[in-house]
Design a protein around this ligand. Sequence first.
Ligand code: ADP
Length: 217
Amino acid sequence: MKSFVVIGLGRFGSAVAKTIAETEADLLVMDQNEDRVNLFKDIVPNAIIADAKDERVLDEIGIQDFDVAIVAIGEDIQSSVLVTMLAKDAGVPQVITKAVDKNHYRLLEKIGADRVVLPEVEMGRKIAESLIFENISNVVDIAENIEFAEVKVCSRKMNNRLISEISELNGYDLNISYVKHIHGGVEIASGDTRLMIGDSLFVIGRPEDIKKLSEQN
Ligand code: ADP
């Protein structure tokens, strides 16, 4: 199990910390605001009140031993940048930082954050996509530019045909791993898998290809 430190317990940091706390993973949460930390006292054994800009604090918690640091300091851009840099300098393998705008985002990328998140932008995009591409769901980022997704078969072109017969399915650079049939049963996809409207395709590939498949479909 990985170990995580969440620095900053605003809305974003709290949501991240609560989700991690539901697992067996090692977790330490930190905020300089006592009230915010108190909200975590019963959920996370390691909840501390401290200023993460202070290198001694980071030394004391042994930040270098955590696998992932989530820097969820919002508006205070200077602190967010400094803490990201300190965590990276200490040798934390994965530092993920929340940005508040595009310039903050670029700055964080420059100083070596492994991942920068603009939560409102990401969420807005995801919601719009789920409205436009209604037949795509359960999207999970697997790596940069590779997603796992569930695509519902809704086109007559694919109805009652084998995967090998559907040229549209073979033209994309994506892998159909499983098919969940509307009438029950899940099978590993092969050319001999027969599709019906309402079946779900579990696919892995580039987001553009997954979208193209869902538009064709
Ligand atoms: P959100 O937009 O996610 O709600 P906020 O800006 O409200 O984010 O919250 C950021 C949190 O980070 C606050 O609880 C704040 O006390 C905390 N924080 C800011 N600077 C530091 C720091 N240097 N050390 C520890 N916690 C900090």
